[in-house]
Write a protein that binds this ligand. Sequence first.
Ligand SMILES: [Cu+2]
Length: 270
Amino acid sequence: MKRHTAFLAYIFFALTFTLTACKKDEVEPVGANDKNNLTLEFDNRAGAQKLALATTSYKNGSGEEFTVTTFNYFISNVALKKSDGTIVKFPNQYFLIRQADEKTLTPVLKDVPAGDYKEITFLIGVDSTKSVSNIAERTGVLDETSYGTDNMYWAWNSGYIFLKFEGTSPVAPANSAGVKAFQLHIGGFGGRTAVTPNNLRTVTLSLPQQATVRKSIAPTIHLVSDITRVFDGVNKISLSATNMVHNPKDASPIADNYKNMFIVDHVHND
Ligand SMILES: [Cu+2]
């Protein structure tokens, strides 16, 4: 009986080894003109929890409770670096990630050349060139009328709001409607007429496993962004002291924090 079990175990391991070995050999070769989509998945969380709007109360590093009613940010100027060091850029593509709208959480980069990618770079916000460009060139998510009541634009001088984080907290002062609310609006590309701080932040992350774009493989880079990092990073932001941010100067310490809120959790190569 024992021998029988050992034999079965041997078969099992042999089979597992063969299958694993096969799988490795099966990765399709890179065709010179092959292209495919690559999806970026933005998985917003609060610490270890999935971010839920309005319903759930979270706590920041200062021990302050808060709920989230709006969490939006622009992602642009994506670049992917291959394992051989080649960089593929995706200029003139702007994505608005809105927690309230699930389909915005997984933007797709189209026509990505086949290859093995090991690093991703992106800008949080809208670059200065685009910010000052003619309104006819600011279409899609950059069209100020496209996001309904989620105003993501400062009409005065400083352009787009790069990240909008709103919610309620018992430590925030009551507004005219009696709601203890906070509004953190982060923008400022440097200014059109007046000089303002530049709150554009670039994020570069190496991938825990390579994204293998092939004719038959359209990978997904699954990023996790932790909203509590907006408060707790290189700067300590307390909602009792900082609950209304509406200008680039006040926004800089927050931009320095959220620059580090992203990690690449894993890559799907299928
Ligand atoms: Cu995933």
